[in-house]
Design a protein around this ligand. Sequence first.
Ligand SMILES: Cc1cc2nc3c(=O)[nH]c(=O)nc-3n(C[C@H](O)[C@H](O)[C@H](O)COP(=O)(O)O)c2cc1C
Length: 357
Amino acid sequence: MMKKLIINNKESKYPIIQGGMGIGISLSRLSIASIKAGIVGTISAAQPGFLSKKFKSDTLNSNLEALAREIKTVRDECPDGILGVNVMYAGTNYDEYIKFLSKQEIDFIVSGAGLPVDLPKYLKGSSVKPAVIVSSGKAAKIICKKWMRSFNVLPEFVVVEGPLAGGHLGFSKEEIESGDYKSLETLLEEVLIEVRKVEEEYKVSIPVIPAGGISTGEDVARYIEMGSAGVQVATRFIATEECDVSDAYKQKIVNAREEDVIFVPSPVGLPGRAIRNAFTDALKTKNQKIKYCVDCLRVCAKKDIPYCITEKLGNASGGDAENGLVFSGAKAYMIDRISTVKEIVEELISECKYCFE
Ligand SMILES: Cc1cc2nc3c(=O)[nH]c(=O)nc-3n(C[C@H](O)[C@H](O)[C@H](O)COP(=O)(O)O)c2cc1C
């Protein structure tokens, strides 16, 4: 049976969240298409002002202005859809983003890339709900305990991100290299056990949403059968007409073969998953010169780093998919054409329904 996904008292037609993707990949165009297709839209707060003239001199305000603009664009078209913003906990000025977003017309803020222990602090009195991305049952337990104790709030939903996801992974280089990491199924079971305990104790319902490598309706059906309230999908939505990223980036995803999807080191210290290109080949022999720094991540060492992540993601996003960083999920190789968000959603849902018949 297809479950209902309810976020901020709104019911999504289909239980799918379009995952947040930075830099400049999931902005208003992708969110509008997602909401119109009957799923939940997520704008990424990772440097959305990258193309602004004052980005390098006034990064924070360029990003906040861009966020306000993107949110308004979605709301003008989709006043009632479920819309959220993904803000990485590892980013600088995290508090400033949350304070600003607490006053915007969005339904939720979802944070991963670290444990967002104080996310609800700035949402008191706001209609914006806090949600979290975790990669273990332990992290889900800590967040529920901490948020309840400090803010009397529980997550609006919990995303469980597994090892096949795109972008930065919640697993160390050693874990990835040795293959010593848990599958999304195992992680989902762990998180469901922890969340069920919280639901029983407080008599609430917290949707648990797996993410990472979900690319068919059969995947969706499997996770729903396991007890999730829906799924989060990101990579599949890159190769769509509506995705905000450059055509060159989309084409890189379409052309990727299985062996082109590789791990790359990142200034954050955690491995990332990306499509092999001239940039990743060059990285094997030498670090890339850092041209500027907008102090994007609290966790960046800034010295002796392989490259600047904002510069390289921004370059790829803007159209230089050979010399920039093309983040992608593990299943990018299964994508062989540019389609539309609606086509993908309809395909996932009809395949999923078929599995339940
Ligand atoms: C290109 C790309 C960029 C991403 N950027 C972010 C981000 O800025 N913040 C974040 O929390 N997750 C980010 N993610 C993770 C996605 O939101 C999502 O949870 C994950 O990729 C799901 O797996 P899938 O891509 O296999 O569907 C990114 C993923 C991709 C593919």
